[in-house]
Design a protein around this ligand. Structure first.
Ligand code: APR
Ligand code: ZN
Ligand code: ZN
Length: 361
């Protein structure tokens, strides 16, 4: 029987989000219904609301979620009813060229549930990033579910579904940060702080946090930054060189998405240093780089897509490290809120007041 539950939708461009009744169909082949327990509020949800992603309104928002499998469709073998799972927005095919060449994070054929969740009048909903988890239940593909240790609280586990994984993965997967490395992280929001946590986990010797907001630098230190630079007051590149014996860093991680921080990351790297771009640029953003500097410094400019993660490999590992007390993912949860408070959480996010607000369901 299709189930009616409460969910948060964006009905039309720029309108505030609303809590309304939605209909979850019975799971079809390969599909899973999840009882959502917690879902973090991410910038991407706000971009959907504002029409910045596409015009497929109405959207069912929310995509950083953990919960318990409540129903499975035909042929589902990855999970069973009762499993505690983190949802991901890249269920890979395993067959395409990228998958076969061992780079499934660039899979050409990711997929979501085939059936649509709807409003009561039958209007089809577009789930944010193919998830839609500001809701009591959601319908996803089995490949979007990764079983993890239920000892981790859902408000913590869900965060690995997007921003925190993107940041940790930017450091350990894309940047390949290793013991003894020097690292600079530009932008200390949820993604940048997660890159700091990932760098510390990997054994970086120096982790230099760069931001224009002193509040963010204080949190960055708590997360594991060994040095901080306020780039509104100081030239970030000069400060980083001074902190690294004149060399620059082995890995420079950009987690803002602005031209000035892209440039700073580029110039802050040592010879053979790696620049990791995880901040999403505006589609028309351009920067000019002198090719002699690109050529002469060696190394690499890399972008990090969802932290180049493999959910089945990375989610259980990071949850285990968290439950063992070796990384603190709970530090990313600034506040727990109700399902009716998403619009207010967008405001706080916009003002830079929170790392993550998490909707508890
Ligand atoms: N220089 C340094 N830091 C800056 C600058 C700047 N010019 N402008 C903004 N910042 C800082 C902000 O003060 C804030 O601490 O960047 C941080 C951005 O954090 P959030 O807004 O919380 O964003 P977050 O969720 O961390 O995402 C960062 O990564 O995945 C992408 O789409 C995401 O592009 C976004 C980026
Ligand atoms: Zn594939
Ligand atoms: Zn997100």
């Amino acid at each position: 029987m299709p189930t009616q539950v409460q969910g948060v939708i964006a009905r039309s461009k720029d309108a505030p989000v609303e809590l309304t009744t939605i209909v979850i169909p019975d799971p079809g082949p390969g599909e899973v219904v999840v009882d959502v327990q917690a879902c973090g509020v991410c910038h991407t949800d706000m971009h959907y609301r504002d029409g910045g992603i596409n015009d497929d309104f109405p959207f069912l928002l929310g995509h950083e979620a953990a919960g318990v499998v409540s129903e499975v469709g035909e042929g589902v073998t990855d999970v069973v009813v009762g499993d505690y799972v983190i949802l991901n927005w890249r269920a890979v095919c395993g067959q395409c060229r990228a998958c076969l060449r061992g780079r499934p994070w660039y899979c050409f054929d990711t997929h979501n549930a085939r059936q649509k969740m709807t409003l009561l009048d039958g209007t089809e909903l577009s789930p944010a990033l193919g998830i839609g988890a500001f809701a009591e239940k959601t319908l996803v593909a089995q490949g979007q579910c990764t079983k993890v240790d239920p000892a981790a609280a859902p408000e913590v586990a869900g965060l690995l579904g997007c921003g925190v994984m993107a940041g940790i993965g930017a450091a350990i997967n894309t940047g390949g940060v290793t013991r003894g490395d020097t690292v600079a992280v530009f932008g200390c929001g949820g993604v940048g702080d997660a890159a700091i946590v990932g760098s510390r986990l990997a054994g970086a010797a120096k982790i230099i946090a760069v931001d224009i907001d002193d509040r963010k630098l204080t949190t960055a230190r708590e997360m594991g930054a060994t040095h901080t630079v306020n780039s509104k007051e100081t030239d970030a590149v000069e400060a980083i060189r001074a902190l690294t014996g004149g060399f620059g860093v082995d890995v420079a991680i950009e987690a803002v998405g602005r031209p000035e921080t892209y440039e700073q990351a580029f110039y802050a790297r040592d010879l053979a240093g790696v620049v990791v771009l995880v901040g999403v640029p505006n589609p028309t953003m351009e920067i000019t780089l002198p090719m002699i500097e690109v050529f002469g410094r060696g190394g690499a400019l890399k972008s990090s897509w969802y932290g180049d993660c493999l959910p089945s490999r990375d989610f259980p590992m990071l949850i285990d490290l968290h439950t063992q007390g070796r990384i603190d993912l709970a530090a990313f949860v600034t506040e727990r809120i109700g399902i009716g408070d998403v619009e207010a959480a967008f405001e706080k996010m916009h003002r830079g007041d929170v790392l993550r607000s998490v909707v508890m369901i």
